[in-house]
Design a protein around this ligand. Structure first.
Ligand code: ATP
Length: 301
């Protein structure tokens, strides 16, 4: 595995007291954090707290009206926005989606689709894809040009719980393989992927920042989310001896592929707290596990 985040690593992006103002209102203000190669930074915060605005400012889609943003010279960014402006009434294949915003060689398209497990859908119509397949196609598009920094705005939207785990696993693999930095916007206030190095909790400003564990225990986080913070800031953990392929089949540790996983398969075998039943999608009624950081009970006073 690559040696991520050595102390001398120069950040890919650093926001210094950055603020964005529109129509006389500060959308975000005083935002400070950086992303280094191989680092995963997750932005969390309530709706309208400025997560997308911050991500766009980080990559230069929006300009900071206050403070400044430093970027590594020649920084290549792969961006999966929260919303895509595509006319869904027009036919659009996955292959074509890949080249909408710029040319790619056939080999590059193939490599990217294969890396995200949707090569078999290259000729499929985008509007017929499932939520998980669509997110994988968008991810393929973002990694095709081999970015230094991958920015994923709610990459698990429209994806069921087992699909979320698979997508987070894929994001981790991309980071491990390429060493790119990742800025992730979490759709869920209380769940971040296990490999997150730094959580930045926004509420128009940086409410608190640090490791998932530090943020979950911070009084600011608990104050911001009140009663809901009394539950947990959970971290995805993934332990398994088989992999669910995008086409629904199951790849086992011995290399065999079956239609369903076996009842005794061990990818959800821990009997921890915070066990979430994610249904019977894979045919064996197994469980996925969220590894929770316990927060002290804190009711709204
Ligand atoms: N171009 C703009 N002009 C004016 N206001 C804007 C603009 N873009 C965003 N906003 C406002 O800025 C605030 C932050 O929006 P942003 O999309 O960054 O929040 P978010 O945390 O990503 O929200 P969500 O979780 O709902 O996606 C919101 O109140 C939004 O209405």
């Amino acid at each position: 595995m690559l040696n991520f985040r050595s102390p001398e690593t120069t950040p890919l992006v650093r926001l210094n007291n950055a603020g964005v103002r529109r129509n006389g209102r500060w959308l975000v203000r005083g935002v400070e954090f950086s992303i280094s190669p191989g680092e995963i930074v997750t932005l969390i915060g309530p709706n309208g707290s400025g997560k997308s605005t911050t991500a766009k400012t980080a990559i230069g889609v929006l300009k900071a009206d206050e403070g400044y943003v430093e970027r590594k010279p020649g920084l290549k960014v792969g961006y999966v926005p929260q919303k895509l402006s595509v006319d869904w009434t027009l036919p659009l294949t996955v292959e074509r989606l890949m080249t909408l915003t710029g040319p790619l060689k056939g080999r590059e398209i193939e490599e990217a689709l294969s890396a995200t497990g949707v090569l078999h859908l290259a000729k499929a119509e985008v509007q017929h894809l499932s939520g998980g397949e669509f997110q994988r196609a968008l991810l393929a598009r973002a990694i095709a040009r081999k970015p230094d920094l991958l920015v994923l705005d709610e990459p698990v939207q429209g994806v069921d719980f087992s699909g979320e785990i698979a997508l987070y696993e894929l994001i981790k693999q991309i980071r491990n393989r390429t060493g790119c930095g990742i800025l992730l916007i979490s759709h869920d206030l209380h769940i971040v992927m296990a490999e997150t190095d730094t959580v930045v909790c926004l509420n128009g400003h940086v409410c608190c920042t640090g490791t998932p564990q530090a943020v979950s225990q911070s009084p600011e986080y608990q104050k911001l989310f009140g009663r809901r913070a009394a539950s947990t800031l959970a971290v995805y953990s993934h332990n398994h001896d088989h992999t669910h392929l995008p086409d629904g089949r199951v790849l086992h540790a011995d290399g065999s592929i079956t239609e369903h996983c076996y009842p005794g398969d061990g990818h959800h075998h821990d009997e921890d707290d915070n066990v979430h039943d994610h249904g019977d999608d894979c045919g064996c009624g197994h469980h996925s596990r969220l590894h929770g950081f316990e927060l002290k009970e804190k009711r709204d006073a």
